[in-house]
Write a protein that binds this ligand. Structure first.
Ligand SMILES: C[S@@+](CC[C@H](N)C(=O)[O-])C[C@H]1O[C@@H](n2cnc3c(N)ncnc32)[C@H](O)[C@@H]1O
Length: 161
């Protein structure tokens, strides 16, 4: 699994016990120095230190150096960069792989008529572009769950579709 936006390691630690004990692995990227160190601290105290690899840096850069293959991706970093990040990640996603993206309905501004305040306009525009992309039925099967701030679940149909 690949996660963008580790924060202090909460979701990586929640998902780690669900992985295949022999082969499952999580790679997670965090930009912020303090959060990266806190994630390292908590993960090193857990049973999953060998299961979770923490990378530090701006995901937009780190993702250009990605080498692995992933069957699950969790986008939870900067909301305005989901599409750019997905484009970098897709060559590394297995056919049938799943992409989760959190906060895609962003405070109710992404779907419906509610006008976002000026400071959210770019994020909202980019989240709309992200959803348009993953709702292309040629490429993905996508469901948007409206709980919380909205989570999209997209099954990637693969490069030959
Ligand atoms: C909502 S939090 C992630 C929460 C985490 N998934 C969890 O549930 O424990 C978003 C994180 O993305 C990080 N972030 C923001 N911009 C980033 C970037 N360009 N590259 C990597 N991480 C970034 C932030 O520092 C923050 O810790």
């Amino acid at each position: 699994m690949l996660e963008v936006g580790t924060a202090i390691g909460y979701s990586a630690l929640l998902m780690a016990p669900l992985l295949d004990e022999e082969e499952g692995h999580i790679t997670s990227i965090e930009l912020d120095d303090v959060r990266h160190e806190m994630a390292k601290y908590y993960i090193n105290q857990s049973d999953y230190a060998d299961t979770i690899t923490l990378l530090k840096g701006d995901a937009s850069q780190v993702l250009t150096e990605l080498t692995g293959e992933y069957d699950l991706v969790f986008l939870d970093g900067p909301k305005g960069q989901y599409l750019k990040q997905l484009e970098l990640i897709l060559p590394h996603v297995k056919e049938g792989g799943v992409i989760l993206a959190d906060n895609v309905l962003f405070r109710g501004y992404v779907r419906g008529d509610k006008e976002p305040p000026k400071r959210f306009k770019t994020i909202v525009k980019r989240l709309k572009e992200y959803l348009t992309y993953v709702e292309n039925k040629e490429l993905f099967n996508t469901t948007i769950y409206p709980m919380g701030d909205g989570m999209s679940v997209s099954v990637w149909k693969g490069h030959n579709k």
